[in-house]
Design a protein around this ligand. Sequence first.
Ligand code: GLY
Length: 352
Amino acid sequence: MHKITVKAEIEYDVHIGGAWRSYLETVLSAHKKVLIIAPAFIASSAELRSLTEANDHILFITPDGEAQKDYATAESVWNLLGENDFGRTDAIVGIGGGATTDLSGFVAATWLRGIAWYAIPTTLAGMVDAAVGGKTGINTGSGKNLVGSFYSPQSVCADMSWLQTLSDRDFAAGLAEVIKTGYIRDLSILTLLDSVDSIAMVREHALDLVAKSVAVKAAVVSGDFKEGKLREILNFGHTFGHAIEKRSGYALRHGEAVSIGLHFAAILSESELGFSSSDTDHLAKLLEKFGLPTVLLKNEYQWSELLALMAGDKKSRDGRIRFIGLRAPGEPDWIEAASSDTLTATYEKILL
Ligand code: GLY
């Protein structure tokens, strides 16, 4: 088991390889009332029901996937907290993928201006990214995570047994964030992934990969919790990725959209930061080896719509679209002044 500490507005531990049941029992016994937010397949488990029914704890069954990160779901949770007189010493636990922990943290941040919350991520993407770092939020019609708060959990428990519940497609989507982490800070992640040939083989290294990825995220977040600048390196692949994810109507997994975004950002880095084209090819092949998409069909999306979405992204400043790129693997940098011609040419290079 690994314990990694994040130093944000509070200091908290991420327990990697911990057992979620005993972790949850400890949380439930520390608070009089706890609201557990989980999707149906988790909330319906007899185990979870028996753990919650013992006291005044409550279960909220959240919709699956990105759909739960909306105002209506947040409002339903606020109503439930109100009906059950949740006070400042009560708590929320989010058990699920990144959408569930983002929603859980957001309602915890906003209820009574902030009550304690805990995260039990059940997906690879949740373990290495969403549940760690204290970014909480919901989506609006205009884009992803536009309403939210920086609000850290009290602790996080990443139990590897959840990963067995993931399809290879979902596991691969999480790997996109792991690969991103390798490219921005920890080349040993890339060496490990270069040495294996299938998702089944990667699964055997899950504990190591999660620990390495969380260590990078913890170090970056501890240095810049509120994303003054350094934390933005975690957004490598996300400027274009978020636009694709939104435009796909969330049909693409976040990690799949990020995978295409990583390829886009690598090609853009060639012209803007001198990244080598052989390193771009390596990045694309690594993603493709695990079944992740790196290209788009010619008429799949309207470039003008993607541009408009990128300009409206949180990462843009005064309408200027900002990207994180690479000078070399492990050397991220900011791209703030790419011309519209360069962006169009980069887009054309990822079209089939
Ligand atoms: N997912 C990027 C961050 O947490 O900053």
